[in-house]
Design a protein around this ligand. Structure first.
Ligand code: BMX
Ligand code: ZN
Length: 317
């Protein structure tokens, strides 16, 4: 059977026609800025485009992955601070435009399902995905089932408090993990280092033409890969934050695998090695319990669309 997966990201809306975890066709449009009506239209365009590409074959439905708190029924985005959305009935708005069953999913839950069914964790029944991007997203599979919680908004691991009275988070609280271990945190620290004027930051500064505001996460990775110690150290510190948080999650969840995904995972071993070391150093019961493995995600940017489509296929009535 075929299903459509759609991933609403900050810059693009990506869609795919999926069978058995394989992408058969793709569609994408730019994300219109912050206007819900325009986003509904764009999502509709992507879905209709893919329906057309199905060549008359039956499509089971469309799963739509988006950042934020999605209700248990998969109908409403309750809260998405980065998009300034509250109580947005996205499913009904899209369903009014297309003739298909629709289901909304949190972006990281969808990606976790993708990695669990078809990616890096396909050999395990218990896995936790940590997506390191603008924020830290989470998806938890326990005994083969996606953990959603009572209201549907569970697994928001980026909002574990890791620092008392720490930095203010977009969610309104202070000290959330994603303020320290996300791609945004990496960029913030790199910009601070450049602004400090230290000669240590010369190559980072060169990568953004001397304008710290122009620096992006990918620049930090690139400079680190070229051997710059300051950039490598920033990624190392990010890895330590991620590893320490992962150890706390493992104390609660006991996953067989912790999978690291999201844009920043492109940093590869520069990020994974310090994360693994910090994870092992902080894992409770270390030395007396089996090690959960910590690995990089394998579906890359496709985890969201593959996962959103696969949930539709796996949970169809
Ligand atoms: C935030 C939160 C999560 C999301 C995570 C990863 C919003 C808009 N987002 O913690 O729902 O899963 O970021 O998002 O409230 P990304 O943008 O980093 O992929
Ligand atoms: Zn928060």
């Amino acid at each position: 059977s075929l299903a459509i997966g759609v991933d609403i990201g900050g810059t693009k809306i990506a869609g795919a026609l999926v069978r058995d975890g394989e992408i058969l066709q793709r569609a994408r449009v730019e994300t219109p800025a912050e206007d819900v009506g325009a986003i509904v239209e764009a999502v509709t365009t992507v879905i209709q485009d893919l329906q057309g590409k199905a060549g008359g074959e039956d499509v089971v439905g469309a799963g739509i992955a988006c950042a934020g708190l999605v209700d248990a029924a998969g109908e409403t985005i309750l809260f998405a601070p980065n998009l300034a959305w509250r109580d947005e009935p996205l499913k009904a708005k899209v369903a009014a435009q297309v003739d298909l069953p629709i289901r909304l999913e949190n972006d990281a839950n969808a990606a976790a399902w993708g990695e669990f069914r078809h990616g890096a964790a396909r050999d395990h029944d218990d896995m936790t995905l940590i997506t390191v991007g603008t924020g830290i997203g989470g998806g938890i599979v326990n005994d083969g089932t996606l953990l959603r919680g009572a209201a549907g908004v569970g697994a928001e691991i980026g909002h574990m408090r890791v620092v008392r009275d720490g930095l203010r988070c977009g969610c309104g609280n202070r000290g959330c993990w994603e303020q320290y271990g996300s791609g945004s945190a990496l960029v913030r620290e790199a910009r601070d280092l450049i602004r400090s004027g230290t000669p240590h930051a010369a190559r980072l500064s060169g990568a953004c033409g001397g304008d710290p505001d122009a620096l992006e996460g990918a620049d930090v990775t690139k400079v680190a890969e070229e051997g710059d110690p300051a950039a490598a150290e920033l990624i190392h510190e990010l890895g330590v934050w991620i590893g320490e948080g992962a150890a706390s999650l493992a104390a609660i969840l006991d996953p067989a695998a912790i999978v690291i995904g999201g844009g920043v995972s492109a940093a590869g071993d520069l990020l994974l090695e310090p994360a693994r070391r910090a994870f092992h150093r902080n894992l409770t019961g270390r030395g007396y319990r089996p090690w959960p493995e910590m690995v990089m995600a394998s579906l890359g940017n496709d985890a969201g669309v593959i996962g959103a489509a696969s949930i539709m296929l796996d949970e169809r009535p």
